[in-house]
Design a protein around this ligand. Sequence first.
Ligand code: SAM
Ligand code: SF4
Length: 326
Amino acid sequence: MLQDTIGRVHNYLRISLTDHCNFRCTYCMPQEEMEWMPQSHLMSKEEIIQLAEIFVKLGISKIRLTGGEPLVRREFDWILDQLSKFPVELTLTTNGILIDKHIPALKKAGVRSVNVSLDTLNREKFKKLTRRDQFDQVWNNILLLLKEGFRVKVNAVALHGLIEEEICDFVQLTEKLPLHMRFIEFMPFQGNLWESKKVITAAQMLDIVKEKFEVEKLQDKKHDTAKKYQVPGFKGTFAFITTMSEHFCGSCNRLRLTADGRIKNCLFGKEEIDLLGALRNGEPIEPLIHQSVTRKHAALGGQFDPDYLKTIPEEIENRSMIKIGG
Ligand code: SAM
Ligand code: SF4
């Protein structure tokens, strides 16, 4: 069992398959020239399975595949298929652009739920945010996933000044579509030009929604990162991920494995342990995983004040989001 010093049990692993991406989201990629990881530094497909197997033996029961963009990894279907042999719930977070090519593989692997990122319903804004003109493909793929019977959560990064005019449109979508909208407060990472004034909090967003809709609070589960709501009678739900205004570190059950095979015990932590190097040297991996879990900070990677207004982005020591995977 992967229990830390304050009793949190870790059973959820997010594996980043690559730092590459076919989008260029401004809030995710560093502004300066991105240095991609050399191929030889990435976990091979076999190494991913070897490491995943060790995690599963230690109690991991849910694995999320992420990136960069996980679907740009050519071996995605093979990796998914191999992971599906473990007793785990499998899922992924994707920008959605390539998902139509992978529906059979997702079904075969028993994937039931997919998170798709979509920050705007406006084509021009989409182009500006992702630096790609592919809104229609993403939207059609969301509809395809629903048609194919997947549970679909849509992740929108909430940027102050941009989300306000669209938040009710997103909620409106949940009337006819069984979508689960999730508005994520903008988080600071290396090079993403984060400023506290660009954050819009869940409370502020909820006020905007309440001006237009009657809103019911839904019950959240213990490890949920999202605070869920529904407009009575609507098919879908909406939720806020309140990392900045009200962190949920006390019930965190998540570990991360980066594409270059390092374990991160926290999205915001700077400490990493190189599991891939150890694997390649034939060294035991389990003690390193335990070491990482034991060293986990109580909150926010030990780096930030829970009051996000006090966060100084220049002092953050971490990877960019694209190199962690969310
Ligand atoms: N490429 C995939 C995608 O876009 O869904 C997976 C990787 S992406 C890094 C994972 C999630 O992190 C996405 O939902 C993305 O919107 C979110 N994200 C990226 N940068 C963020 C930031 N600075 N604050 C909050 N969420 C962020
Ligand atoms: Fe790529 Fe996802 Fe980051 Fe956008 S949020 S740049 S799609 S990894």
